[in-house]
Each structure stands twice: as structure tokens, then as C-alpha cells.
Design a binder for this molecule. Structure first.
Ligand SMILES: Nc1nc2c(ncn2[C@@H]2O[C@H](COP(=O)(O)OP(=O)(O)OP(=O)(O)O)[C@@H](O)[C@H]2O)c(=O)[nH]1
Ligand SMILES: [Mg+2]
Length: 212
């Protein structure tokens, strides 16, 4: 389901900062499961592929600040990638997820990094999750390979499990802290994104006026 990213729904609420984080990665790596485990402490073995894009909200406290964390869950299926990319510029931090039992999803991390850097500004924060670390007997990617890949991009790396919750709190908190460290430039970027969006909207309205 497509969700609205308008800012007006945040105005009256009690929080110090709002931060938008997006989960990206191949189909079936566990993005939706990670979100469910982190937000609701629930896990299901059944697989329902995400259609389009969706988000959930979680309030957390970091550095004595109340953070409204909006976590976007994207679909791994190729046909929805363009939709997700539309939201990249308004995202503060990315979590690239691969499945430690599926080498192809690990190899594709490079493509996901490229997609982010093609569209998003340099100061966007990114980390990598090697998910399903509870399935050690099916492992295709060693921990050290995940770490090495992350180091190549200077990203932080965690092995996670949406099933038992391994490293979820620490991983999400890390990306939030990274975003908070850069909050002033992120706010500047947000302002510019809204100005651009507003101009596009006005141009559209003008066109419609002239044709009627
Ligand atoms: N054992 C184990 N299974 C997991 C884990 N995370 C996800 N799964 C399973 O992997 C399958 C796919 O999980 P999803 O969370 O739907 O994957 P997704 O990345 O959201 O997939 P798309 O929506 O298609 O992009 C489901 O059957 C989950 O139960 C995990 O950490 N451990
Ligand atoms: Mg999903």
C-alpha cells in the first residue's frame, strides 16, 4: 500500500526529532519481518511479498531526545523499484538488507548502494544488515565477508535475525544516531526538497489553469 509522506501529520505531536529510515534489498531477505519484529515484536514464518511501499512508526528515546522514527518498508520485486526510488530523496537513512543464506542477495548489495548514491545526496546515512543469522546451517555468506563489504563503503554492519531479534535494537539505534549527528544538513536538505516539490506543484497548477 502506498503511504503519504506529507509533513502535516507530524505537526501536533510530541517529539524532538522525526527521522525517516528505509529498508531496501532483494525480495525475501526479510525486510518486512525485520520491521514487524522491531515495531511489534512479532515474527511469522509465512512469506507475503510486499506490494509497493509502506511504513510504520516507532517512538524511541536517544540522547534524551524523543524520536519519531518512520520506517519505510519497500518491495524487493523489481517492478516496484521505481516507486521506492521516488522516496529516496526524502529518506534520512538506509538499511540495505541481504540474506546470509542466499549469495545472490549479498552480491546485489553493490547494486543497492549504487541506486542510493545515484539518487541521494552524499550525506545520507547507510548501514547493512546480513539477516537470518539464526539459520547458521544454511549460511552461504560468512560474517567476515559481510563486514568486509560494509567496510568497503565505510558502512556499519550487523548480522540480524528477524526471528529472534538479534541486533535489531542496536542496529536501528545506530542508524538513528548517525542521522542525529548530521541533523542540521539533513534539515537543510529537507527544506530544499520541499521547496522543489512546491515549485513543481505550482507549475503543474499553472499548466492546468492555462489549458481550461
Ligand atoms: N529464519 C528466519 N526467517 C526469516 C527471517 N527474516 C525473514 N524470514 C523469512 O523469510 C521470508 C521472507 O521474509 P519477508 O520479511 O517477507 O521478506 P521481504 O524482504 O520483505 O520480501 P519482499 O517483500 O518480497 O521484498 C518469510 O518466510 C520470513 O518468515 C529471519 O531472520 N530468520
Ligand atoms: Mg516485504
Amino acid at each position: 500500500m502506498e503511504s503519504s509522506i506529507e509533513d502535516s501529520d507530524f505537526i501536533e505531536e510530541d517529539y524532538d526529532e522525526k527521522i525517516r529510515v528505509m529498508l531496501i534489498g532483494d525480495s525475501s531477505v526479510g525486510k518486512t519481518s525485520l520491521l514487524k519484529k522491531y515495531c511489534q515484536n512479532e515474527f511469522s514464518q509465512s512469506y507475503v511479498s510486499t506490494i509497493g511501499i509502506d511504513f510504520q512508526i516507532k517512538y524511541i528515546s536517544i540522547n534524551n531526545k524523543k524520536i519519531k522514527l518512520q520506517i519505510w518498508d519497500t518491495a524487493g520485486q523489481e517492478r516496484y523499484h521505481i516507486l521506492a526510488k521516488n522516496y529516496f530523496t526524502s529518506t534520512d537513512g538506509f538499511i540495505i538488507v541481504y540474506d546470509i543464506t542466499n549469495k545472490m542477495t549479498f552480491d546485489n548489495v553493490n547494486n543497492w548502494v549504487k541506486q542510493i548514491t545515484d539518487i541521494s545526496p552524499n550525506y545520507t546515512k547507510t548501514i547493512i544488515f546480513g539477516n537470518k543469522c539464526d539459520l547458521s546451517s544454511e549460511r552461504e555468506i560468512n560474517s567476515s565477508d559481510g563486514k568486509e563489504l560494509a567496510e568497503k563503503y565505510k558502512f556499519k554492519f550487523y548480522e540480524t535475525s528477524a526471528k529472534n531479534g538479534d541486533n535489531l535494537n542496536v542496529g536501528f539505534e545506530y542508524i538513528v544516531k548517525e542521522v542525529l549527528r548530521d541533523m542540521s544538513s539533513i534539515k537543510e536538505r529537507r527544506k530544499n526538497t520541499y521547496i522543489l516539490r512546491d515549485r513543481r506543484h505550482k507549475n503543474k497548477t499553472k499548466k492546468n489553469e492555462s489549458c481550461c
